[in-house]
Design a protein around this ligand. Structure first.
Ligand SMILES: Nc1ncnc2c1ncn2[C@@H]1O[C@H](COP(=O)(O)OP(=O)(O)OP(=O)(O)O)[C@@H](O)[C@H]1O
Length: 251
């Protein structure tokens, strides 16, 4: 994926994203970090073909994402969003099976659709919940269903908005390890800088809709960039295996 100079903002309002460019290679994991309102979710919406950039382009596998039909784009890019389906009467399996829609031939699901749906349920540790109604699941279980739906979509690029929300520590680590192991290009927003440092190949930091860093975690997550992006004083202890961040309000 190649993002070339994209700008976006709501109609008749100042721009929110300013001239953003970056590339994402196969198998690479990119964490997008930044303060509340920095533009992370807005940027992600351009990547899964939900919103078109006002200028610039998102090129996927050599072609502008917006020149591809929606169904074709959905076979390439899958998204896990913060908003979840409101159709609480559907079972887990039915929601995960929705991920197969861009691939389906003919009327109903075929044998491959069923096999891929089952594999995604198992992969997200949801086998025992497959026939439960979505509305009866806990927040973390619902989040895992949404990731399973995206996996069932069998995409080449996975875009996730705060995927670790609602997950306990074990499920956070399991999810991030799973994402790393998929071999897909992954873009995800993360508020937890330690998780971003441990899990991402690259960290892109947004500040007021502009990229202020796009580099491997140890280069991107510095005391200076964190101070600029989050308006907090930071000390980073890199003496252990993972960096340890401590924060103070006073700059
Ligand atoms: N459709 C819209 N109309 C007006 N303002 C919008 C719209 N979409 C986003 N914004 C504004 O753009 C800014 C960036 O929003 P965005 O949701 O991308 O931030 P974020 O970095 O994901 O924040 P958070 O960490 O709080 O989720 C915010 O100030 C938001 O209010």
């Amino acid at each position: 994926m190649e993002v070339r100079g994209v700008t976006w903002g709501p109609k008749r309002a100042p721009a929110i994203l300013h001239d953003i460019s970056f590339t994402l290679s196969e198998g690479e994991v990119l964490a997008v970090c930044g303060a509340n309102g920095a533009g992370k979710s807005s940027l992600l919406r351009l990547l899964y073909r939900h919103q078109a950039p006002l200028s610039g382009s998102v090129i996927v596998e050599g072609r502008d994402l917006w020149l591809r039909p929606a169904r074709e784009a959905a076979r390439i890019v899958a998204a896990v969003l913060q908003e979840q389906p409101t159709d609480f009467a559907l079972t887990c399996r039915e929601i995960v099976a929705l991920g197969r829609l861009p691939h389906r031939q003919g009327m109903g699901p075929g044998a491959r659709d069923k096999a891929v749906t089952d594999a995604a349920l198992i992969r997200m540790d949801l086998g025992h919940l497959a026939d439960r109604r979505f509305g009866t699941l806990s927040g973390g279980e619902r989040q895992r269903v949404m990731v399973a739906r995206a996996l069932a979509q069998d995409p080449r690029i996975l875009v996730l908005d705060e995927p670790t929300n609602h997950l306990d520590i074990r499920h956070q680590l399991e999810l991030l390890r799973l994402l790393r192991g998929l071999g897909l290009a992954v873009v995800c927003t993360l508020h937890d800088l330690t998780l971003a440092a441990d899990f991402a190949d690259r960290v892109l930091i947004l500040d007021q809709g502009r990229v202020i860093a796009d580099a491997p975690p140890e280069e991107a997550l510095t005391e200076a960039t964190i101070a600029q992006a989050f308006r907090v004083a930071t000390r980073i202890d890199r003496s252990g295996g993972s960096p340890h961040f401590s924060f103070q309000l006073d700059l």
